[in-house]
Design a protein around this ligand. Structure first.
Ligand SMILES: [Fe+2]
Ligand SMILES: [Fe+2]
Length: 170
C-alpha cells in the first residue's frame, strides 16, 4: 500500500513527466517550422520517452494499490529564439526534473518506503543520461554558433535517433 504523501508526490510526478513530453513535442513542432527535421525528430523521440516515464509512475501507483490522479497540464512555449535557446531550456528543465527525483528519493527515505526508493533508483540513473544527452547537443550548438554548415551536420546526426519502447528493451 502506498502512503498518502508518496501517492500525492508520484501523481504530481506523472504530471511533470507528461508536461516534459508536452514541452518537447512543442519544441519538435518549432524545429519542424524552421525546417530542422533532424532536431524535430530528436525532440519527437524525447517526447515519446517522457510518455514512458509518466507510465512508469502510473503503473507503479496502481501496482501499490494507490489511486492515480491526473492533474491539469499547462501549455508549453511555442517559439524559441534559436535551436540553442530551445536546447538550453530543455537542459534547465531536465535539471529541474532531476531535483524533483532527488526530492522524491528523500521523501521515500523519510517515509521508510523501500519499494518506492528502489523504484526511484531507475529515475536517478535516467536523469544522469537525460542531462548528459541534452547537454551534448547544447555544447555542439555552442561550438558551431551561427555556422549553417555545422547546424546542418548536427541536424543530420539528430535525425538518426530512434525511439525504442521500454517493453522491447527488456
Ligand atoms: Fe522524464
Ligand atoms: Fe532518456
Amino acid at each position: 500500500m502506498l502512503g498518502k504523501k508518496i501517492e500525492d508526490a508520484f501523481n504530481e510526478q506523472i504530471n511533470w513527466e507528461l508536461y516534459s513530453g508536452y514541452l518537447y513535442l512543442s519544441m519538435s513542432a518549432y524545429f519542424q517550422s524552421i525546417n530542422l527535421t533532424g532536431f524535430a525528430n530528436w525532440m519527437y523521440c524525447q517526447a515519446l520517452e517522457e510518455g514512458t516515464h509518466a507510465m512508469k509512475f502510473f503503473d507503479f501507483i496502481n501496482e501499490r494499490s494507490g489511486r492515480v490522479e491526473l492533474l491539469a497540464t499547462k501549455a508549453p512555449g511555442k517559439e524559441w529564439e534559436s535551436p540553442l535557446a530551445a536546447f538550453e531550456e530543455a537542459y534547465e528543465h531536465e535539471c529541474l526534473v532531476s531535483g524533483r527525483i532527488n526530492d522524491l528519493v528523500n521523501l521515500s527515505i523519510e517515509e521508510k518506503d523501500h519499494a518506492s526508493n528502489n523504484f526511484l533508483q531507475w529515475f536517478v540513473s535516467e536523469q544522469v543520461e537525460e542531462e548528459a544527452s541534452v547537454d551534448e547537443v547544447v555544447q555542439k550548438l555552442k561550438l558551431v554558433g551561427n555556422d549553417g554548415g555545422g547546424l546542418f551536420m548536427i541536424d543530420q546526426e539528430l535525425a538518426q535517433r530512434t525511439f525504442t519502447p521500454p517493453a522491447a528493451e527488456e
